[in-house]
Design a protein. Sequence first.
Length: 243
Amino acid sequence: MADHQVVTREEWLSARKRLLAKEKEFTHLKDDLSRRRRALPWVRVEKPYAFDTPTGKKTLAQLFEGTQQLLMQHFMLGPGWGEGCPACSFWADNFDGIDIHLKHRDVTFLVVSRAPLAEIEAYKKRMGWHFPWVSSFGSDFNFDYGVSFTPEALKQGKVSYNYAEKDDLGEEMPGVSAFFKDDAGAVFHTYSCYERGLDQLNGAYQYLDLTAKGRDEDGLPYPTAWLRRHDAYEVSTSLAGKT
C-alpha cells in the first residue's frame, strides 16, 4: 500500500468517473441477471418435508407463514457439532432484522440446519441472534437441496454441489433456496445458489470491497482463514484483521 499512486483531486475525480461508468454497466448487467433468475422454470415440491420449529413440527408449506415466497438459508450446523460453521456464522451476523422488511415484500426468511432443534437453539442463544431458525433433522431436505451429504456418498469420492461434481467436500455445505406457494397451496422450488453465489448476501464483505485494502485475504491458506465467530475475536487483533 505504501507505493500506491497518489494524484491531485482533479485527477482522482477523472479516474473515479471512469470507474463509475463501469459500475453502472455492472449494475445494468446485474439487473438483467435478476430478470433471468426470475424467469427460470419452477419445480413442484412433492415430498412431504417436516421441520422442527420453536412452535412445533411444520411442513414446508406451513413455513411460509402467510406469504407466497420463502427464502431458506442453509446454515452448516450438523448433528452433534456443538457450534456452527464460522463462515456461516459470519453470514448470519447479517440476518437479524431483515425478516420484517422481507415480510413486507411477501417473503418469509428463515435459516435451516440439519442439527436437532435443541442444538440450534443453544448456539443461537450463544451468538445472540433472533432470526427464525428451523431444524430439518431426520428429513431428506438438506440432502435433496444439495447441502448435506451422507458418509457413504462422500466415500465414493464425488458428490454434486453447486451443479457440479466435487471431491473435496464435508458433510455440510452452505447455500440458499427459494420457494413459491400458489393460491391452491402447492409449493414450488424456484432457485438455489451456493459458493460464490452467496457472496452478495454478506453485507460485511460488500463494505470491505469499498475499502482501499478490500477483503485483504491474499496470502491466507483460504479466503476466510481470518474469520472467527463474533464472540471469539481478540481485541488485540481487531485492528489488524488477522489472528
